[in-house]
Design a protein around this ligand. Sequence first.
Ligand code: 5GP
Length: 120
Amino acid sequence: ATQPYDPNNVFAKILRGEIPSSRVYEDEYAIAFHDIAPAAPTHILVIPTGPYVSWDDFSAKASDAEIAGFVRAVGIVAREAGAVEPGYRLLANVGRHGGQEVPHLHVHVFAGQPLGPMLA
Ligand code: 5GP
């Protein structure tokens, strides 16, 4: 069972503009901004504008338009960040076992160097 959405999580505040972030993209369905503690030369987080705790919650409850809009936005951001060649990595941590820290769905976009077998 997914926890209820907490409207005061840090990414909700970033979405509302209550705390600063360096935004690289925004549209109706998603915003993207640089991770505060980058784990690669390029490390961007893409989040849906809707109140979804995780990938699990989003994939089960979001509308088709929200899902399509979010996936398109991740594609746009990743394409700009990494180019298709030499490439990039997408990651979504879910729940305790996944190591998710912030309870608003975010997809990590890593790029800018060969990324090796894993990068959390
Ligand atoms: P998770 O472990 O939940 O998948 O990843 C959370 C990510 O959010 C971490 O990479 C962390 O550095 C990043 N992060 C946490 N707080 C902030 C913040 O206030 N601003 C930004 N830009 N990134 C944050």
